[in-house]
Ligand binder design. Structure first.
Ligand SMILES: NC(=O)c1ccc[n+]([C@@H]2O[C@H](COP(=O)([O-])OP(=O)(O)OC[C@H]3O[C@@H](n4cnc5c(N)ncnc54)[C@H](O)[C@@H]3O)[C@@H](O)[C@H]2O)c1
Length: 437
């Protein structure tokens, strides 16, 4: 395939070398004449292992050529990959000025091109940029509609500098966000047999995926460094500690706990976070990330209470208020916190939780429920149907299987507020809302 690549920086020049090695004929485009000349001389404008050899051989084979001429590049290729820089502005927001210029330049050429050109954006951009800036600019400059006169897609790049060629050929995944599935498949096909799952999704999801990845990487590094500083002050080898931590692929290095939902609670997480923050203070170690977790966690309780208040209804039913399904443990349950906020504001509450109800009669928690939280205990009802009967808002607080029927059994005049994403939402009705979805 004939492919043009706009922006011959770290991403663009690696993409040029690797796609040419797969047999594509690549035209590199940059406003920087020095980079263009270097590529035409078979030289790499960046330091990156394996790249000089790739660029040299592919130029000799006639598979790489570079230009500053956008018109020549668009008219001689079927697809373009755009990887111009998207740096930070001084206020931290994304600077889209290079994107805007390249869209205007490309759009002006699309105006005179009959074939439907495919534009693949790999520059990192915040969700909404494609639809809010890129597509309108291309449409205005080309006087053509996206999906009619040309196609666009967002295809995040996951390579790391210093191992960029290896990462390009062995990506963890390939994600294409597009409005047309057919176009997304054509784009996936240019990458040949690269490793990792290939996924097609919406444009905005693909834009967001890149940020979630990079923010999570930053979170992991910061977490490891805070643990490392604390270990050092305790005379422990942090690498030994983390080697054992990483061996746990069930709860630690796994998908567990990564789906958005309600606040954490229970008898361990809050207590153990507080203890480690206290230990850090005793050793004069700053742990701002760890300290922030309880703050962020209680924000989720506040978020829930604000949402409930916004419904403007007084009769509230809570289904499930132990900190997770299958337990009667109410210690540090964020649902109990939420209940207390609502009680303080004068809401008419009914609470249902089969495990807590049974525990009040016979369980180990009997004393806690009847003596520590009698104000909550007295609001309990003994069946889900009692909530469905007269509550204006029903809150789903944990993933007890029986709560799934709330989605179908609640009347359409009853609002359902789900804190845990109880089931398949494909048939969710207008009266349904999730806390973080
Ligand atoms: N560097 C990485 O490891 C990496 C990894 C993944 C994603 N990304 C993202 O990819 C994008 C590019 O990153 P980079 O590090 O390669 O950037 P870079 O700054 O190294 O290169 C950008 C290039 O675009 C060129 N350019 C600017 N305007 C142009 C125009 N109108 N026409 C043609 N070329 C133009 C610049 O001259 C420059 O050579 C960014 O959005 C970045 O966030 C980077």
């Amino acid at each position: 395939m004939n492919i043009s690549i706009f922006g011959l920086g770290y991403v663009g020049v690696v993409t040029a070398g690797c796609l040419a090695s797969m047999g594509h004929k690549v035209t590199g485009v940059d406003v920087n004449e020095v980079k263009v000349q270097m590529l035409n001389d078979g030289l790499s404008p960046i330091i990156e292992k394996e790249l000089p050899e790739l660029l040299d051989i592919n130029r000799k084979n006639g598979l790489i050529h570079a230009t500053t001429d956008t018109r020549e590049a668009i008219l001689s290729t079927e697809m373009s990959i755009i990887c111009v820089g998207t740096p930070s502005r001084s206020n931290g927001c994304l600077d889209t000025r290079y994107l805007e210029v390249v869209c205007q330049e490309i759009g002006a050429v699309l105006k005179e091109k009959d074939e439907k050109h495919v534009l693949i954006f790999r520059s990192t951009m915040i969700p909404g940029t494609m639809r809010g800036i890129v597509i309108p600019m291309l449409e205005s400059a080309s006087q053509k509609k996206s999906e009619e006169g040309f196609y666009v897609a967002f295809n995040p790049e996951f390579l790391r500098e210093s191992t960029a060629v290896f990462d390009f050929n062995n990506p963890p995944k390939t994600v294409v966000g597009a409005d047309s599935e057919d176009v997304a498949r054509r784009i996936l096909s240019i990458y040949g047999n690269v490793t990792g799952e290939k996924m097609i999704t919406g444009i905005e999801v693909a834009e967001m995926v890149k940020y979630v990845d990079n923010n999570f990487h930053a979170l992991k590094i910061t977490f490891a460094n805070e643990i490392g500083m604390l270990c050092k002050n305790l005379g422990l080898d942090s690498h030994q500690v983390m080697n054992i931590f990483m061996k746990d692929t069930k709860l630690n290095i796994s998908a567990t706990y990564l789906k958005p939902g309600f606040a954490f609670g229970g008898s361990c997480l809050p207590k153990d976070l507080r203890a480690i923050s206290c230990l850090a203070r005793m050793h004069d170690v700053e742990t701002p990330l760890l300290n922030s977790l309880m703050v962020s966690n209680s924000m989720q309780v506040t978020n829930a209470s604000k949402k409930i208040i916004s419904y403007g209804k007084k009769k509230i039913g809570l289904a499930g208020f132990s900190f997770k399904e299958g337990t009667d443990d109410l210690r540090e349950s964020p649902m109990v916190e939420l209940i207390e906020i609502l009680l303080g504001k004068g809401y008419d509450l009914k609470l249902y939780d089969r495990n807590v109800f049974l525990s009040r009669l016979i369980g180990a928690n009997k004393e806690y429920i009847t003596e520590k939280i009698p104000h909550i205990s007295s609001l309990m009802v003994d069946s889900l149907d009692e909530l469905l009967l007269d509550r204006e808002v029903i809150i789903i607080g944990n993933k007890e299987k029986e709560f799934e029927r709330i989605l179908t059994d609640a009347r359409s005049d009853q609002k359902i507020f789900d804190l845990v994403r109880i089931g398949d939402l494909s048939n969710a009705r207008d009266n349904y809302e999730g806390i973080s979805w």
